[in-house]
Design a binder for this molecule. Structure first.
Ligand SMILES: [Zn+2]
Length: 251
């Protein structure tokens, strides 16, 4: 889970439209008044096309995007179209949350709270020492082994493998300082890994954390810096990694 930046309410969703559709829903609970393409598009823009909770990728054409009501719509009918109450979620996460009453027993709202303040992450598992964090883990089943932990493991280990390949290229070449071909290969490998840890990539928190944890990344960065190959693009990618990664000091 990563912190998301709110996007403006879609222009089509005027106060009047909200009022009318909310009344429609209150009169007939079977009306899926939130099920509008312009709502889904805006929510997906906010979450970089991902589930706001588990970070799996959701295609906007896909029926798997569910408009999640942070405060459940059945209990809080007036919020059925309240913009700040709508979040993009995958079928799994929306199903886990169901009618959990997050007004009485809150879970992390990924636009309002940086999840890293409430959750620690190690060995591909989320843990928490706060009530808000633990409720989030429990309600959303964030340590669902089959659907989430195995996925995180495979992506995280792949990231570490790629870092190891870059380290090998550096250490196995006696003339690395003179070999521009090898330098470019290492640069490209690292840039590709770092791109996978950006907010628009699936499971970016897993990748960003895998990159910044351990010595490999820092060794590669230092090597590239010494060769004056650490440029503005790499620095920007790194800044975003630090915005996303779960590092021990933040737990
Ligand atoms: Zn999800």
């Amino acid at each position: 889970m990563i912190l998301l930046k709110a996007v403006p309410r879609p222009a089509q969703l005027t106060d009047e439209v909200v009022r009318q559709l909310t009344e429609l829903f209150k009169a007939d609970k079977s009306q899926r008044v939130w099920d509008k393409l312009y709502i889904k598009e805006a929510l997906l823009l906010m979450s970089h096309g991902k589930c706001c909770y588990c970070e799996c990728k959701i295609d906007e054409e896909s029926k798997y995007l569910e408009v999640e009501h942070y405060h459940p719509k059945d209990k809080y009918e007036d919020e059925v179209l309240a913009w700040e109450n709508l979040l993009p979620a995958c079928k799994r996460c929306n199903g886990k949350k169901r009618n959990h009453d997050s007004k009485i027993d809150p879970i992390i709202h990924p636009v309002k709270t940086d999840p890293r303040q409430e959750l620690a992450y190690s060995n591909y598992l989320f843990k928490s020492t706060t009530v808000l964090g633990q409720t989030t883990v429990d309600v959303l089943d964030l340590n669902d082994r089959k659907r989430l932990v195995d996925k995180r493991y495979s992506i995280g280990e792949k990231t570490k493998d790629m870092l190891a390949i870059a380290i090998d290229l550096i250490k196995s070449n006696d003339n690395f300082e003179l070999s521009l071909n090898f330098q470019i290969r290492v640069y490209n490998i690292l840039r590709n890994i770092m791109r996978e840890g950006q907010p628009n990539s699936a499971y970016s928190a897993v990748v960003a954390t895998a990159i910044l944890t351990g010595d490999a990344y820092h060794t590669i960065k230092q090597t590239l810096s010494n060769l004056s190959l650490w440029d503005v693009d790499m620095q920007q990618l790194e800044t975003e990694l630090y915005n996303i990664a779960y590092l021990p000091s933040q737990a």
